[in-house]
Write a protein that binds this ligand. Sequence first.
Ligand SMILES: [Zn+2]
Length: 106
Amino acid sequence: MKCQDIRAAIDTMSKRAPMSHEVKSHTGTCTDCSRYADQTTALLSLLSAQPRVEAPADFDFRLRARIARAQAEPRGVMATIEAFWSKSFSWGQAASAVATLALPSH
Ligand SMILES: [Zn+2]
């Protein structure tokens, strides 16, 4: 397998589908893919450690309002949710939300 294939496999890995032996043996010999796998694993564990990253208080309300409007739009609800999510919630914001959650609440 090429690096490109290995990284595609790493991209699709999850808790339910961990790295295959092929990917593991490649990352054992390829520094770049090894680093890529480490970063992906770190991201996955961050996400699973903090499954309830806090959204803004009115997030749900705003999202529902957008969905209600989107139902009339031809491009569909999912496209609107994706656009809304990517606009509302960058990785930087997610990281600071995680940092906030890590602090004592009072
Ligand atoms: Zn590689």
